[in-house]
Design a binder for this molecule. Sequence first.
Ligand code: FAD
Ligand code: 2HG
Ligand code: ZN
Length: 462
Amino acid sequence: MSLEPAALLDALRSAVGPAQVLTDPDLRASYESDWTRRWQGEAAAVVRPGSTEEVAAVFRACVAAGAVVVPQGGNTGLVGGSVPRAVSWKPQVVLSTLRLRDLEEVDPLAGEVTVGAGVTLAALHAHAGAAGYGFGVDLAARDSATVGGMIATNAGGIHVLRHGMMRAQLVGIEAVLADGTVLRRLPGLVKDNTGYNLASLLAGSEGTLAVVTRARLRLTPLLARRVVALLGIANSSDAVELAGELQRKLPSLSAVELFFDDGLQLVLEHAGGEPPFREVHPAYLLVEAEAAEDPTHALAAVVQAAGDLVRDAVLASDQAGRERLWRLRERHTEAISALGVAHKLDVGLPAAALAAFVGAVRQRVERVAPGSRTFIYGHACEGNLHLGIIGPPPDDETVDDAVLRLTIEMGGTVSAEHGIGIAKTAWLEADRGAADVAAMRAIKSALDPHGILNPGVLFALS
Ligand code: FAD
Ligand code: 2HG
Ligand code: ZN
């Protein structure tokens, strides 16, 4: 059965209250366009439920009306999965989780907390911090990215080498299936081997299986002392070797981020600020160590022992100095975006292939898109490189194809942390193989048989 649009809107208004159903184009606009400006689409409405029961009621209204649901948190995703599709045969309803922002009390015995899906990462860090805890995931979009969106994308970020990705922080979940069924397992039991782990399954499901409404998260010790170093390096191969040394020798290591001189110069042009070194270096590693006692001496000792692998170093242990160095890495994304709509790739390579990939990929890009500007930066210990390529028109995917095929040839993955979204569906099978994709489709059909949730994400619309 399919209802008239007016009936859909009435049903949504009775599900969440009239004030939380946005139909005015000006009010919808920021929910309809993604962070990269590459993907846009039109929603019949944006709905902002305030509770799990309201999320279930939204699904019942959409099922009755033959509408589809696009879940959205902070809309900082980089693969187009959080906004309506440009072409859709069915009305699309954006379900915003931003009102699901309960912060329950931190459980000090377990070191865990239950929070709403719409809580931002920054709010979670502040809440955990006030109770003497930290949270294991951090990333530059912290002021907007939400817990639900980070679970749905299995977000990574800067501390993966120490604490793992978002899936590793999950000890319980509450979520609503497309038919309005509520799944709830929030007891916070670290050991729980009672069959399929639905929280893990939903991590990385990109809004295609359920809408996450609440999560039980493990917290980490809040370590008081932190030091950041920026190291000038001769080339990618030295950077990879040094990242390995740091991991082996520095137990307090919490981040190792890689970038190159073209990216540094772009950030300095875009955001201002003094160059960190008098000399220019081809590559840079930003290294952070965090411990209960000051880790500066331990970090300096490992850097010194690295000899010629480090051409130059600057250290900061005061907050302003650390932030100044972090900005040089974290502002790459916005600096590239200021140049235009970038082709964004998020690949993962085996450590042994990383340095060769950096050289080879620049050649491939130059071959298929001569004159483009290619910025490379990322998380060195996981072999996770981000590429921002400026030049080819946004809809021309020749350059994306060249980079992703090279990645697969070199034993890598086409998405290390941002997900497949609608941007990478064409390469999913080449990466995962037919058997994996068939198993994923079977899970999708079992949990969302009518294809209500985020059609076009993970699997291309046919
Ligand atoms: P959205 O963008 O709103 O949604 C992302 C996906 O999750 C969509 O498919 C959406 O449908 C789905 N979704 C959202 N909420 C829910 C929910 N409650 N239930 C089910 N599905 C849902 N990512 C990293 O991994 N590491 C980084 O270091 C990193 N740095 C970034 C830096 C910048 C400057 C920017 C702009 C982005 C960065 N990202 C990074 C990408 C992005 O922040 C993450 O993917 C983040 O997890 C998205 O969260 P969100 O709340 O904005 O989700
Ligand atoms: C980062 O590590 C984010 O900075 C964003 O994952 C990467 O700009 C990007 O594509
Ligand atoms: Zn990243």
